[in-house]
Design a protein around this ligand. Sequence first.
Ligand code: PMT
Length: 401
Amino acid sequence: MKNLSNKKILFIICGGISAYKSLETIRILKKNGAIIKTILTESAKEFVTPLSITSLSQGKVYYNLFSVENEAEMDHISLSRWADVILIAPATANTISKLAQGITNDLASTVVLASDKDIFLAPAMNVRMWEHLTTKLNLKKIEEFGYKTIGPEIGDMACGEYGEGKMSEPLKIAKEIDDYFLGKINNKKFKALITAGPTNEYIDPVRFITNKSSGKQGYELAKSLSKKGFDTTLISGPTNLKINDEINLIKVETADEMLIATQENLPVDVAIFSAAVADFKINKTFKNKIKKQDNFNLNLEKNLDILNYVSNHNSMRPKMVIGFAAETNEIVKNAEEKLNKKNCDWIISNDVSNKDIGFNSDYNEVTIHYKNKDLIREKLSYKKKSEISDEIVDRIIHQLK
Ligand code: PMT
């Protein structure tokens, strides 16, 4: 990890059983050259002591919003300005909820609200708390603020249950922060475009043909690209998903609109086509709502293939063109036919006959099919779409360089 040297990290530790992992996280960050100041929430002091943290971080521990001593040395506003990045680990359900509501009743929440720096959270909580709709909505909200989450992971929990909610391991957290700084330095010059979600092809003003794509895979890819420093444009079909302001979001409805938005946003260095674009549109959309009738035939005509258009563009073909293939059978054969036919550099296939992956799931399992590489294909095993996206983007960065 070469990118942490002299980076100022404000490390907020909240009160949870995994607070013990924060000590190891501090040790790794420190070993790699980061400068650390720490804030302990009131309940975090029940799990780790200020003395153990000061010994490891070799920096001051702050915990009281109304401490004369703290405010005289570095007030809470200066503390938030001092940091290059803020890391909250473990981020408890309580802290996530406070950040989502803008509640500032202690030093940690006040500093975060007063900060204009990037904020990383490593959530950790019981699986039921993690799965509760309140937590989901709070997370959605803070992600819209641009806060970035690391984990949590699936596994055995301290409370004896099994499931999602374990704090990510210290090494993974440190690596994410390292990647973030790497991205800031190296990838700013790269432009990325990504299509996501379904398209709606209108029959009449109130009816349309669509598909089951939620846009989750494409949105996660956009987040990974942006997190790693890419100047990112996301062209999205209709979805309920939200994304932070750093990403240039263009909302479209039909395949024709997606094509125009794509054309208008070239040139880019890398273009990823994860959208499930309707292959057909209605030959002539009815101006008025169609009346009920016994038989009705629809005339369909082919939509232009956006991926094919971009990958064969004479002057504006991106350095990397990556397509997706949603397959139900003969996955390798079909995906590799698309790789060649659509003139892509990579095709990423997913088996959408499995309802736990692909369409609308938070998880995926994909194979990257490479064109001009010794390695013909590479499988990325079953994991969250956010993690699949990080792994794909790491490979893109490697290839672009
Ligand atoms: O959105 P989620 O719910 O998260 O689900 C993710 C996903 C399953 C939709 C995604 O992982 C995926 O596989 N996307 C591609 C779906 C698809 O329509 O594949 P396809 O085999 O029909 O098309 C092949 C490629 O051509 C795709 O990159 C597609 O974006 C592109 N295409 C297709 C038709 C068209 N008119 N224009 C295109 O650009």
